[in-house]
Design a protein around this ligand. Structure first.
Ligand code: F0G
Length: 351
């Protein structure tokens, strides 16, 4: 390919792949860091959005998947499996297709957004809908990969974290420093773990002098880390983070502790408000789970936990087109117009 080579080749001394491995890439990474003027005004901070929906399959999962599938190919694996709330499965399906591997995805029946399901279908994954939630799917995927010749590509596979940590490098490379605070949505807790690993590596090597405080936000109906215990039946409009027992729970808590950060929950109502605000005021269309980082930003700014004047990066993790149903739920139906300029002018109240 031409131009940006994808993150394995962009960070060759920071992301390890097996000697001589053929890189499987869709030129993921190098996503925009967009200044959020309206959010900056609202919070009195300098707010940036790390727009991960700009990755090839529309979410941050591609960062981990290029590394996981590159390892799988190097190991001579024929098939990969994952559990997913939709984005990991879309990414696994795409990268497996590119590498010529078979893929199987375990998803909670009726609880993944339509665009994500479409991606797994079109990339040719074997889709298994499970009568259970994500946590049930992950347990099934783990057991299957332990007993049969199929490789697990969930973030419990440590090479996924190695890929995802590059987003922290990109933030620092663009800002010339680390932000004061980094806000993230939290589901299975792999991504916040990965960002912290990236910041910590840059700090250890002297690339940055300070590390950010990590702020993690869960949906209030699926907030095991905030509550300090697993949630048996997680529920939220943000289906991507509808998870009751995160795999990287301890690592995420360690990131919070080491960084002086926090975990907080945000209601579905606040998530949807933030979702609409981002789309209507910043021009950035994200899926509901991604908006939880913005809902959290606004909540912590409002109650004083986010110091005024901070430089803040909010990762918005997935593209809004993933979940057209949520977007269209707010659509107002209007009568179709006759082919007549006067009718258009009347409808737009221009007369
Ligand atoms: N945002 C989106 C859009 C996601 O898809 C996910 C996780 C998260 C945030 C949370 O990241 O799990 O690392 O804490 N999606 C996984 C999946 C669970 O199957 O696609 P996390």
């Amino acid at each position: 390919g031409a131009g940006w080579p994808g993150l394995i080749e962009a960070y060759p001394d920071r992301v390890e792949v097996p000697e001589g491995a053929r890189t499987v890439t869709l030129q993921e990474g190098n996503t925009p860091l967009v200044e959020a003027r309206h959010l900056s005004e609202l919070t009195g901070c300098r707010v940036y959005l790390k727009v991960e929906g700009a990755n090839p399959t529309g979410s941050f999962k591609d960062r981990g998947m290029t590394v996981a599938i590159t390892h799988a190919v190097a190991a001579g694996i024929q098939a990969v499996i994952c559990a997913s709330t939709g984005n990991t499965s879309a990414s696994a399906a795409a990268y497996a297709a590119r590498a010529g591997l078979a893929s199987a995805v375990l998803v909670p029946q009726g609880k993944i957004a339509m665009g994500k399901l479409a991606q797994s279908v079109v990339h040719g994954a074997k889709i298994l809908q499970v009568q259970g939630n994500f946590d049930d799917c992950l347990e099934l995927a783990r057991k299957t990969s332990a007993e049969y010749p199929v490789t697990l590509v969930n973030s419990v596979n440590p090479v996924r974290i190695e890929g995802q940590k590059t987003a922290a490098f990109e933030v620092c490379d663009v800002l010339g420093r680390a932000p004061d605070v980094h806000c993230l949505p939290v589901g299975n807790a792999g991504n916040i773990t990965a960002y912290w690993k990236g910041y910590a590596e840059y700090a250890a090597d002297g690339v940055i002098t300070d590390t950010p405080r990590m702020f993690g936000f869960q949906a209030s109906g699926a907030a095991p880390i905030v509550r300090g215990e697993p949630v048996a039946s997680p529920e939220t409009v943000a289906t991507a983070i509808r998870i009751g027992s995160p795999a990287s729970w301890q690592a995420a808590l360690a990131a919070k502790e080491a960084s002086g950060g926090l975990f907080e929950s945000v209601t579905d109502e606040r998530i949807l408000e933030a979702y609409r605000l981002l789309a209507s005021r910043e021009g950035v269309f994200v899926e509901p789970a991604s908006a939880s980082s913005i809902a959290g930003l606004l909540a912590t700014a409002a109650d004083g936990r986010l110091p005024t004047g901070s430089t803040v990066v909010c990762t918005v993790t997935g593209h809004g087109l993933k979940d057209p149903d949520t977007a269209l739920a707010g659509m107002v139906e209007v009568e179709p117009l006759p082919v007549d300029p006067g009718a258009v002018a009347t409808a737009l109240e221009l007369t």
